[in-house]
Design a protein around this ligand. Structure first.
Ligand SMILES: Cc1cc2nc3c(=O)[nH]c(=O)nc-3n(C[C@H](O)[C@H](O)[C@H](O)COP(=O)(O)OP(=O)(O)OC[C@H]3O[C@@H](n4cnc5c(N)ncnc54)[C@H](O)[C@@H]3O)c2cc1C
Length: 403
């Protein structure tokens, strides 16, 4: 078994497979610890998956911040706040979300996979797939740090190689979505004014910003803006990022005395999905399978959960008596994945629509600002422990948009 990518999806997949006694190798082009542009917030339910992998204590010892919930500010300045611990009757694995730098989190997760028995190969880039006579994936082509190419053979290859997954592309499964086409720019600051125990989202007419304490005295500031507005020239994204923050004084003023401790990193456009998350001899997990919009911030949870979902199906495929049975096992993974994430995908699309239409966002924020019970439910869905159906009901949606 080869898992391409040692991010949260790859580490989780490898951990769950190794724990089943399956021989698994993780191949990543990076050397860990490595950074990844991300707002670095983990939903309360992600803690369940971290705990199962034995990584929760390590994350807390590494200085993860605890978040009590989320605040959202709409373009007209309306504010809403939702708490993870609330009276709606649903409880997350923990009452708090976590936030931790990806350079720390991803290294912890990969180490858990290694301790569980996975072999980890770093600084090796997967460049293509190897196929057998039946056309099934039977391994990967790799290029190491010295420029040496080689072939690594495997019964099944899992593509956990993120947004621009080479595995998904080589399988012809990746589909870029035309909308939303957004670019994200991210940096860490020390000394931001007015930080509290809540993750913050600030929706503006020209994009949105996420601000969160990520522990160690650092604040993650992420700006997501329409791709058409962000120039591609070197340094342009950083200039845009600084200008965007200054143009929104309620954020800019809080950063005026803060020190930026690293370079602004840009990523995107990121909306894409795979037609299906499997092919003969291969499966896709995490961002390689789909990613839409970072607003509801559950990509890490989805990546970890994806590893948990795929592992038993891969075990079935490896045990299959025929190629047809192996295909059926991988197709069953795809079906379970769709059932598991379908509700959240709908929520993401509704939120993305509201973010793009300021009048809609203003109205929803005004209602949620007055109705704490509804705001708590929304934040619970974003936190992955309230079923999405709670806020996709006609009753909730009509109330949300009522004047
Ligand atoms: C702006 C932004 C903000 C976000 N904020 C949040 C947030 O606050 N909370 C949250 O939960 N999610 C957030 N996300 C989403 C989250 O970052 C992703 O969903 C998550 O990283 C997915 O994990 P993954 O393991 O699938 O991919 P990745 O974390 O991208 O890992 C992929 C790995 O594959 C390796 N790789 C890639 N190509 C190859 C190759 N050819 N050969 C070998 N190795 C390869 C890479 O080096 C990398 O280590 C955000 C995303 C963006 C864009």
């Amino acid at each position: 078994m080869i898992v391409v990518g040692g991010g949260p999806a790859g580490s989780s997949t490898a951990w769950h497979l190794a724990r089943r006694g399956i021989d698994v190798m993780v191949v990543d082009r990076a050397r860990f610890p490595r950074d990844k542009p991300c707002a670095e917030y983990l939903s309360p339910e992600a803690s369940r998956l971290l705990d199962a992998m034995g990584a929760l204590g390590d994350c807390e010892r590494a200085g993860a911040a605890h978040l009590a919930g989320m605040t959202v500010r709409s373009p007209n300045g309306a504010l809403l706040r939702g708490d993870f611990a609330a009276a709606h009757g649903f409880r997350g694995f923990r009452d708090r979300g976590l936030a931790l730098r990806r350079s720390l989190l991803d290294a912890i997760l990969l180490e858990r996979a290694r301790i569980a028995g996975a072999q980890v190969v770093e600084e090796e880039r997967v460049t293509g797939l190897v196929r057998n006579a039946r056309g099934a994936v039977a391994g990967v082509e790799v290029l190491d740090a010295r420029g040496q190419s080689a072939v690594r053979r495997a019964d099944i290859v899992v593509g956990a190689d993120g947004l621009r997954s080479v595995v998904a592309r080589r399988l012809g499964l990746s589909r870029a979505q035309r909308r939303p086409r957004r670019i994200a720019m991210i940096a860490h600051y020390r000394g931001v004014d007015g930080m509290g125990a809540y993750g913050e989202m600030h929706v503006e007419r020209d994009g949105y910003a996420g601000i969160a304490d990520v522990g160690g005295g650092l604040t993650n500031v992420a700006v997501v803006a329409p791709a058409a507005r962000v120039k591609r020239a070197a340094g342009a994204a950083a200039a845009f990022f600084d200008g965007w923050l200054r143009a929104h004084p309620h954020i800019g003023a809080r950063l005026a005395r803060a020190e930026r401790v690293d370079a602004v990193r840009a990523t995107g456009p990121f909306a894409h999905h795979a037609r299906r998350a499997w092919a003969r001899g291969a499966a896709l997990v995490g961002d390689a399978a789909d990613f839409y919009d970072p607003f509801t911030g559950e990509g890490i949870y989805a990546a970890l959960r994806g590893g948990e979902l795929v592992a038993p199906h891969i075990a079935n495929a490896l045990d299959a008596r025929s190629p047809t049975d192996a295909d059926a096992a991988l197709a069953a993974y795809d079906a379970e994945r769709r059932r598991t994430f379908r509700g959240k995908w709908r929520v993401e699309r509704l939120v993305s629509l509201a973010v793009a239409v300021p009048a809609l966002m203003n109205r929803a924020a005004r209602t949620l600002g007055r109705r704490k019970d509804m705001a708590d439910l929304f934040v619970g869905v974003a936190g992955d422990f309230v079923p999405p159906s709670e806020i996709l009901s006609l009753r909730y949606l009509l109330r949300l948009l009522a004047t």
